[in-house]
Design a protein around this ligand. Structure first.
Ligand SMILES: Nc1ncnc2c1ncn2[C@@H]1O[C@H](COP(=O)(O)OP(=O)(O)OP(=O)(O)O)[C@@H](O)[C@H]1O
Ligand SMILES: [Mg+2]
Length: 261
């Protein structure tokens, strides 16, 4: 006799629906550093090619969420699944090999390597090669022979993202990529990120202080407060919901209102 599980599968196939596993799924995850818990009961799912904005005030655990997805924190409860497989205890380098790409808040590029060397050092076969990342970031093509420490902040950020792309990830985690950048460079980088997600088979989780930017770049959004998810919405709905934005992230939401006034 068939198990209930198999019967459910058979029904679903008969109904013509693929049982697509999410690319990434966190279920009731509690995680932190050493003995201290930062994330409490985080559940979320991201489909292939999905895009998720992570919003929240300073210190609420946004970076810790990305660190947890990459395997750098201490998970005390819950599970992390990648393409249906549990990876809760998997080491970070093995997650990277499985297709998780991460650009940390501190852009960690190699200062004494050239732009081209920074890019090729981590490359893996796939769409994203030198030609493709130079097309996405023409500024890096111009600077290809410069050393990492000769780049502006914006160019360093582009290099950090391009280097992560060279590993040909299925998911890219971006932690405040626009932080500290001059407006014109931030705009250029936003356009590149937008092209990257629109034109290619890549999913993104994007943390950003500028709510209006991140919500226009993503499909789904979560807002965090003290280690928990306090709001979930479609990004376009949240972008138009100034009251909720104002309540949950305050000043940044006021900026949206001002920009729209
Ligand atoms: N390496 C660490 N060891 C111990 N505690 C940490 C560590 N990194 C962060 N924390 C703590 O975890 C909490 C969440 O920090 P996190 O950096 O994830 O917040 P965030 O939302 O990314 O903040 P920001 O907007 O300032 O980048 C904070 O209380 C912080 O002090
Ligand atoms: Mg952070």
């Amino acid at each position: 006799m068939k198990s209930p599980q198999i019967r459910v599968c058979a029904r679903s196939i008969l109904a013509g629906r693929a049982m697509a596993e999410p690319l990434l799924a966190l279920n009731e995850v509690c995680a932190g550093y050493g003995g201290s818990i930062v994330l409490e009961g985080i559940s979320l799912e991201l489909p292939e090619r999905g895009s998720l904005a992570v919003l929240g005030r300073n210190g609420v655990g946004k970076s810790t969420l990305l660190l947890t997805i990459m395997g750098y924190t201490n998970v005390t409860h819950g599970t992390v699944r990648w393409r249906g497989e549990e990876i809760t205890a998997r080491l970070p380098h093995r997650r990277a090999r499985a297709g998780l790409g991460w650009v940390p808040q501190e852009r960690e590029i190699f200062p004494s390597l050239t732009v081209a060397e920074n890019l090729t050092v981590a490359s893996r076969p796939g769409h994203w090669d030198l030609k493709a990342v130079y097309e996405l970031f023409p500024r890096l093509a111009e600077r290809r022979a410069n050393m990492g420490n000769q780049l502006s902040g914006g160019e360093q950020q582009m290099l950090a993202i391009a280097r992560a792309l060279m590993t040909n990830p299925l998911l890219l985690l971006l932690d405040e990529p626009l932080e500290g950048l001059a407006p014109i460079i931030a705009e250029e980088l936003t356009a590149s990120i937008s092209r990257m997600t629109a034109d290619h088979d890549i999913a993104v989780v994007l943390i950003e202080q500028h709510a209006e930017v991140v919500l226009s770049l993503t499909r789904d959004a979560i807002v965090m407060e003290r280690g928990v998810i306090v709001h979930r919405a479609l990004s376009r709905d949240l972008l138009n919901d100034a009251t909720t934005l104002d309540r949950l992230i305050g000043l940044r939401a006021s900026k949206v209102n001002n920009d729209r006034a």
